[in-house]
Design a protein around this ligand. Structure first.
Ligand SMILES: [Zn+2]
Ligand SMILES: [Zn+2]
Length: 224
């Protein structure tokens, strides 16, 4: 058991304050990560304020996590100490239902485990997220992170990024297609960047005139 510094909401109205988590020791398939950066997703605020009526306190938000591997369990094959690694919204699922077997763990019929605010499948207690110094998860729910990009910019890809990349990829967006992005917030700016990089003609819709020049800045980044 390792004590880990974190920021936690103790109830739906309290500000986030320092709190100590007791993280489990790495199990055979666990990867332990020293967290370098964690994005702030609006879901973190919804959970901290119990906007969706499902929060369990103390609550440590954060599911856009990147850092360096500091320990691996005996059976871990995909990672070694020193690797860059990331964790997104999920840290476990049953891995046995039809959806899990298809790689669609987010639709796990027996309930996936959220990176925070979830309950560990082994009954060891609640999960706590990335507003903390370290975290660990089964290697199947840990991602390799390239050392060619700035880590702080990679972190938001773990939720805002995949949320917008997934539908664009699903619909095979490419040159010759037109894409509309509604809003240029945390997800919208990712959507604009991805869709333009995929070659589409992109229209961004916003109530805010100043977002026009912001959107053009994101168009200049070509990801692929
Ligand atoms: Zn998120
Ligand atoms: Zn499942």
């Amino acid at each position: 058991m390792a004590s880990t510094k974190s920021y936690a909401a103790q109830d739906a109205t309290a500000p986030l304050t320092p709190w100590t988590i007791n993280r489990r020791d790495p199990k055979p398939h666990d990867v332990q990560i020293d967290i370098k950066y964690c994005g702030v997703c609006y879901s973190d605020l919804h959970f901290a304020r119990n906007d969706w009526g499902m929060s369990v306190y103390p609550l440590v938000p954060g599911h856009e996590i990147v850092g360096v591997v500091t320990a691996v369990g005996d059976h871990v094959k995909k990672f070694k100490v020193g690797d860059l690694a990331g964790i997104g919204c999920l840290v476990d699922s049953c891995r046995d239902c039809d959806n899990c077997k298809e790689g669609l763990e987010q639709y796990c019929s027996n309930g996936w485990v959220g990176t925070y605010g979830g309950m560990e499948k082994d009954g060891s207690g609640a999960t706590y997220g990335g507003y903390s110094k370290s975290i660990l998860a089964h290697e199947d729910f840990v991602l390799h992170i390239s050392d060619k990009q700035p880590l702080e910019a990679v972190a938001p890809l773990l939720c805002a990024g995949i949320t917008t990349y997934s539908p664009l990829r699903h619909w095979k967006v490419s040159k010759g297609q037109r894409v509309g992005i509604l809003g240029l917030g945390g997800l919208g700016h990712m959507g604009v960047t991805f869709a333009v990089s995929m070659g589409a003609e992109v229209t961004m819709l916003s109530h805010t005139a100043a977002k026009e020049s912001d959107a053009k800045d994101w168009v200049l980044i070509n990801l692929f």
